[in-house]
Design a protein around this ligand. Structure first.
Ligand code: HEM
Length: 476
């Protein structure tokens, strides 16, 4: 099975989806050659996923092998099990659920939209040039996450598209982690030991990224020593450095803070880049959907050209845009697959036997494209499927709409991500028309986060008021 997979690596996600459709309950065993030790149970059955992620959560862990493949994540939340995971989870939960944190994040995004993204769009539109929208979002979200987590802005997003070493290093690390998934462990371990190929790139990239983060940690510690009484919501690093629990002050060392930073960079940067890129691509290629989004903005706020800043409550009113985002995340879940390891033997709801230590891969990408879950039109981009008769959002259980994970390890940044994606999309759609360059067909990347291998090449034109009215008229 490994050979055809390698041969068709460029379309691996669709290949797996097609293969799973033909299996009983979308579940089968994947067997690599004997010397590779690449034997997995592969599934996309919602009941199996529900069983592993919720019902028997304690029996399905990330495990030691996951920890080795994802070693760049250190002991951070994505890589941790049991007590370490519980500690990280409750720490992030307490911060993310604070209203102040939500507002702090919103303020940063608003600032970056006004000072870097919109000026860049103006420039590209005036020049009439082609731009890679995915690259723009990558830089935009990197600036955002650096500001939220580290309290610094590396200024990646400007008209000269500067090369920023830490941003490049971060991208490189993710590519190398994907590579570790598709070659036998013995091969990448040998490469690591000899420091050749992808593993050499990985070591170099980790060094660059760590230097950047540790320098920021040092500088934040100095800031804290200088002014200890700042009560305002500040970046996460500073918050964690002086975290208090009751009367006790919890001290987190530099390694802990580095791991937090790395994990949040993956959580809060790549996922948003991916979601924004696919969403804007789908909107640009579905003009009716765009018109409906604009119409709802007009209905709620009286004008399409909203210069005023929308509050979190106002953003919630944009149900159609919410549906469009869910649809983009269903068809292109930023994290396309996950892996779990069984501690004890078990039987899955599909009847498949799980032996102790079995590794189970489940494909979020495939689950978004099954007729049994989404109906015959499952491959269509239809925000309407998320809207109830009464105009609210249809609730779909998380083990079916799996893009944010399910069970106790459900994504902690779901609400924050909707705020960010909505703000950015509104800022763009209310001022510009995004046109995908003729003949540009996106190719899925080989990475742990699903992006476009060839970027998203677009032209930007100014949205003229009558043009928008035209679109609405077309609708009626
Ligand atoms: C479209 C945006 C997002 C999507 C689709 C998404 C999806 C996911 C998924 C699938 C997981 C499970 C990963 C795994 O266990 O291997 C996860 C976990 C997590 N996400 Fe998100 N995420 C998004 C945005 C964010 C943002 C903006 C943040 C915060 C800044 C965030 C924070 C987290 C954290 C902390 C976890 C770990 C939860 C745990 O293991 O207990 N996510 N996310």
């Amino acid at each position: 099975m490994l050979l055809p997979l390698f041969w068709n690596l460029w379309q691996v996600h669709d290949l797996v989806t097609e293969a799973l459709k033909q299996q009983h309950r979308s579940t089968c065993e994947f067997m690599g050659p004997w010397f590779t030790n690449m034997n997995y149970l592969v599934t996309s059955d919602p009941m199996n996923v529900h069983h592993m992620m919720s019902k028997c959560f304690d029996n399905y862990v990330k495990g030691q092998e996951f920890h080795e493949i994802f070693e760049a994540f250190g002991d951070g939340i994505f890589n941790a099990d049991s007590e370490k995971w519980k500690y990280n989870r409750s720490l992030f939960h307490s911060i993310f659920k604070q209203r102040d944190f939500e507002l702090f994040q919103k303020k940063i995004i608003q600032n970056k939209l006004e000072r870097s993204l919109i000026p860049l769009f103006d420039h590209v539109q005036q020049q009439g040039s082609v731009v890679d929208l995915q690259d723009v979002f990558n830089r935009f979200t990197f600036n955002n996450i650096c500001s939220v987590v580290l309290g610094c802005d590396p200024n990646c997003l400007s008209i000269d598209f500067p090369d920023v070493a830490c941003e490049k290093a971060f991208n490189q690390i993710e590519e190398c982690i994907f590579y570790r998934h598709i070659v036998p462990k013995s091969v990448w371990k040998l490469q690591k030991w000899l420091q050749i190929g992808e593993e050499k790139k990985m070591t170099k990239a980790c060094k660059v990224f760590d230097q950047f983060v540790y320098a920021n940690i040092e500088s934040r510690r100095k800031d804290i020593r200088k002014c200890s009484k700042n009560m305002e919501m500040v970046d996460l690093l500073t918050t964690l450095m002086k975290e208090e629990k009751g009367s006790q002050v919890v001290v987190h060392d530099d390694k802990f803070l580095r791991d937090v930073a790395f994990n949040l960079f993956v959580a809060g940067r790549d996922t948003i880049t991916s979601a924004l890129t696919w969403l804007l691509y789908l909107i640009a290629t579905h003009p009716l959907v765009e018109a409906k989004i604009l119409e709802q903005i007009k209905e709620n706020f009286g004008t399409i050209n909203i210069e005023k800043k929308l509050g979190i409550y106002e953003l919630k009113k944009l149900v159609y845009l919410h549906g469009a985002i869910c649809e983009a995340l269903r068809l292109f879940p930023p994290i396309p697959f996950e892996r779990k390891q069984a501690i004890k033997g078990d039987i899955l709801p599909s009847g498949h036997i799980v032996n102790p230590n079995t590794i189970i891969l489940f494909f979020l990408y495939s689950m978004g494209r099954f007729e049994e879950i989404w109906g015959k039109d499952c491959l269509e981009f239809k925000p309407e499927r998320w809207i109830s008769e009464r105009g609210g959002i249809v609730h779909t259980p998380s083990y079916k709409f799996i893009s944010y994970n399910a069970g106790p390890r459900t994504c902690l940044g779901k609400d924050l991500s909707f705020i960010q994606i909505k703000m950015t999309t509104i800022a763009i759609l209310s001022k510009y028309c995004v046109q995908v360059v003729d003949g540009h067909v996106p190719i899925l990347s080989h990475s742990i986060v699903i992006v476009m291998k060839n970027g998203l090449k677009v032209k930007i034109t100014k949205m003229i008021f009558f043009l928008k009215e035209d679109k609405l008229a077309y609708l009626n």
